[in-house]
Design a protein around this ligand. Sequence first.
Ligand code: AMP
Length: 213
Amino acid sequence: MRIVMIGAPGAGKGTQAKLLQEQYHIPQISTGDMLREAERCGTALGRVAAHYMSDGQLVPDDVVIGIVDDRLRTGDCRTGFILDGFPRTVAQAQALDRLLAERDAGLDAVLWIQVPDREIVRRLSGRVMCRQCGTPYHREFDPPKQADRCDRCAGELYQREDDRADRIATRLAVLAKEIAPVTAYYRATGLLAEILGTGSQAEVSARIRAALP
Ligand code: AMP
């Protein structure tokens, strides 16, 4: 199963991708996670990406397409994948088509998870993450047992720079501009499924199951 997940930051793409990963035994590929990891490791790629990410801007297409191309070459993607946060532009969508065509493969579904902006702001501004292992928490909906410490590894929890309230507005504005051409691109292929992302995780997951081929 080859799936693309589209949606605003905080729409629940990551959470739902993890559920699909367990269900279909295919990897979740999050470009945001890969870029943050590169930044944490201080690689050249990480330094370029950090410049854009801290401002809530998109990292240039060629950089992101390059890391997805490398990732799709690894063995665990042979039976499928869930792309989370990629493609975000039409150029990326076209590049993905090319990368898959080279492998005689195609996408099975594009899931567009939709959540109203005011709910996104509520979700993102409370989100914190472990500096050591990357586990996400939410101060209101999914708090850690001990304030500011990760339940799994006791690492320090921090708020992502781009989850600050002033940055969220920029990210949503960038997204609104970028998402329309990408969803139009996939609507034309007949692969686009629009999924309501409000309600419980189980409710959203059931809607996704119903939409998959
Ligand atoms: P995310 O974790 O998906 O919210 O991504 C965090 C940040 O990483 C975004 O605000 C962008 O700066 C960058 N990023 C992630 N995926 C992409 C992509 N497909 N294209 C461009 N930039 C991306």
